[in-house]
Design a protein around this ligand. Structure first.
Ligand SMILES: [Zn+2]
Length: 147
């Protein structure tokens, strides 16, 4: 399966939610954290939703209204979102709130040999190549630290 098809399939998994349902791992984050992540990594896909509940059925309305949301999906199945809150409580002024979704990765460095032994295919090797594995979901991320 080519990479584009794999990514499209990931966005259609049940944990991705649907038009009115937030993706798994839905959590509010600070504007500072949003900016640090959003301007460091390029999303692969953008989506518009009107969200009223989380994937496990919890209401996530703000000021008792649906969340008018722009979601930005990344290749690893995580993402960032901006919610436009416009309500009586905001004085009918637009306020942006920031969210993240998917796994809140906690990476630990792994050697290429260790990953290969476990059947995880590693293409890049070398002294400046570092492999990280999320201890929660198993996502592997490789970074070339050379300049
Ligand atoms: Zn993870």
């Amino acid at each position: 399966m080519d990479e584009t098809k794999k990514i499209e399939k990931m966005w259609k998994k049940p944990e991705a939610g649907s038009f009115n349902v937030a993706p798994a791992g839905w959590r509010e984050i600070s504007q500072d954290k949003f900016a640090a992540l959003f301007f460091a990594y390029s999303p692969d896909h953008e989506e518009y939703r009107q969200i009223h509940r989380t994937i496990d059925g919890q209401s996530c309305l703000i000021d008792n209204i649906f969340l008018t949301t722009r979601l930005y999906w990344y290749r690893d199945g995580t993402g960032l979102a901006m919610v436009n809150v416009y309500s009586k409580q905001t004085g009918y002024k637009h306020q942006i709130r920031y969210f993240a979704f998917g796994c809140d990765h906690q990476y630990a460095e792994r050697s290429a040999a260790e990953l290969r032994e476990r059947g995880i295919h590693i293409i890049m090797t070398g002294r400046c190549i570092h492999h990280y594995e999320c201890e929660k979901c198993g996502h592997v991320h490789t970074v070339d630290s050379s300049d």
